[in-house]
Design a protein around this ligand. Structure first.
Ligand code: ADP
Ligand code: MG
Length: 445
């Protein structure tokens, strides 16, 4: 017999916190125990997005925790309301019935406006996103947000959905990535189900498409999206789009789409400054109910300055290390967990592939763009930096380096090396950027 009281859930949560800190969130404390029935413990989570998160990502960990704290072979089920657990046939919500969030839409409970840190680098995008969530199709339509990898585009888009859903639960909202939109489109074509595809996509009140640059070079998908866009727009529905580049700079995108994307508000998210990053570290720690000393937060913010996603990884590493060694978190431990380890034989290990990857990652470019013939400054400068670094840190000849960088000749490489050498002395920002890339290249992860 399993004793069902408040200590059960407490013990289970403690076990999960200790063994899988990376999945734990402060709101886990609000999970309620419903009952134990037919070998299954039922836990109540009222917030739909949180419920999905638990069902998708945490079932295994909770089962493990329940079994080791009770010593019984029990399962777990997360439910959204008490009615759901009452006996009787299980009725799954279909799209037509309740108007709200679509069944297969997956949102992260972490990505809300509450947890989004506002700084000078994302202020406009954030303000516009809030306005869009509050007054869909009346504030900015379409709302187009662009910025480099890991700078918060997905976070902001999902926050719009969650906030709009709270304000108006009946709204038909759909968030999807551009790739998933294209896959669904291709499946519909293959299965001869274009009508239902169109009915679905052209009936949302708020359609959010993440990473629209995926449309680049995809003729039929561009055509389909164009019509989806027009139908929604003309019907006064809200469209929100993100991309790694502003509308005019997405390669191989039809002009008619570029102009549609630009006709509402286009907002940019820049790389966050140090203060913003410290605040983000704090927000992430708070989400996990983790106490991070001031200097540790500062250290993480200084160490990871381009892709915010790495900040989360760093916090997990530090948290795990502290737990395993049963230590409190301090600067020494943080440095051990995520610090720099300069390789002894760095020059021999530095490869052109590494350089290409690191430079394109740093500037949020695709490798193909870096190697392309494009001469736009946003691509040409990173390309020159790459050549400069290859010349400085490898033993390849100018001609060989040119070969790796999209088949350019040795004079181009020579020119790049000279240009960057000159710029490093005049342009401190650029000098710091290069210094940063070099330290990444020289660091053993
Ligand atoms: P993108 O879609 O632009 O590549 P994401 O939205 O996936 O980036 O963000 C990467 C990570 O950084 C996420 O964990 C996100 O929560 C976090 N992040 C980025 N910007 C912020 C911010 N301003 N405040 C809080 N977290 C942020
Ligand atoms: Mg994203």
């Amino acid at each position: 017999m399993v004793v069902v009281d408040s200590s059960l859930i407490k013990n289970v949560l403690t076990h999960v916190w200790e063994n899988n800190p990376e999945i734990c969130r402060h709101w886990f404390n609000e999970i309620e125990l419903v009952d134990v029935d037919a070998g299954t413990i039922r836990l109540l989570v009222r917030e739909p997005v949180q419920l999905k998160f638990l069902q998708r990502s945490c079932t295994e960990h909770f089962t493990e925790a329940i079994q080791s704290t009770t010593g019984k072979l029990l399962g777990v089920e997360f439910v959204g309301n008490i009615e759901q657990v009452e006996p009787g046939p299980v009725v799954r919500g279909s799209d037509s019935g309740s108007g709200s969030a679509n069944e297969d839409m997956i949102l992260s409970p972490d990505y809300t406006f509450d947890s989004f840190v506002v700084g000078p680098d994302n202020r406009l995008a954030h303000a516009a996103a809030m306005a869009v969530a509050k007054s869909p199709a009346r504030a900015y339509n379409p709302f187009f947000v662009h910025g480099g990898v890991g700078l918060g585009k997905t976070h902001l888009l999902q926050a719009i959905c969650q906030s709009a859903m709270q304000i108006n639960p009946d709204m038909r909202i759909f968030y999807t990535s551009c790739n998933s939109f294209m896959n669904q489109f291709h499946e519909a074509v293959q299965d001869g189900e274009m009508n239902s595809f169109r009915n679905r996509f052209r009936n949302y009140d708020l359609l959010v498409i993440d990473d629209i640059h995926g449309l680049s070079n995809r003729g039929p998908s561009q055509e389909e999206f164009f019509h989806t866009f027009n139908t929604l727009y003309q019907a006064g529905r809200q469209i929100v789009i993100s991309s790694d580049a502003p509308p005019g700079e997405i390669p191989d995108l039809e002009e008619r789409l570029t102009s549609r994307f630009s006709c509402g508000l286009v907002a940019n998210i820049e790389r966050p400054c140090y203060e913003t990053r410290v605040a983000i570290v704090r927000s992430k720690a708070k989400m996990r109910s983790l106490d991070l000393p001031e200097d540790v937060a500062g250290y993480i913010a200084a160490r990871f300055d381009t892709n915010i996603r790495e900040i989360e990884g760093a916090i997990t590493k530090i948290q795990t290390m502290a737990m395993l060694d049963n230590q409190t978190i301090n600067l020494t431990l943080a440095k051990q967990a995520v610090g720099n380890h300069i390789r002894g034989d760095a020059t021999t290990k530095m490869t052109i592939q590494n350089i290409l990857d690191t430079v394109s990652g740093y500037y949020g470019l695709k490798l193909t763009e870096l190697l392309s013939k494009r001469r736009h400054k946003s691509v040409a400068l990173p390309r020159q930096i790459g050549m400069y670094l290859a010349r400085k840190h490898t033993r390849f000849s100018l001609g060989e380096i040119g070969g790796y960088f999209g088949g350019r000749d040795h004079t181009t490489v020579m020119h790049a090396v000279k240009t960057i050498n000159g710029k490093r002395t005049d342009d401190t920002r650029l000098d710091q950027d290069i210094f940063h890339i070099e330290s990444v290249l020289l660091t053993d992860e």
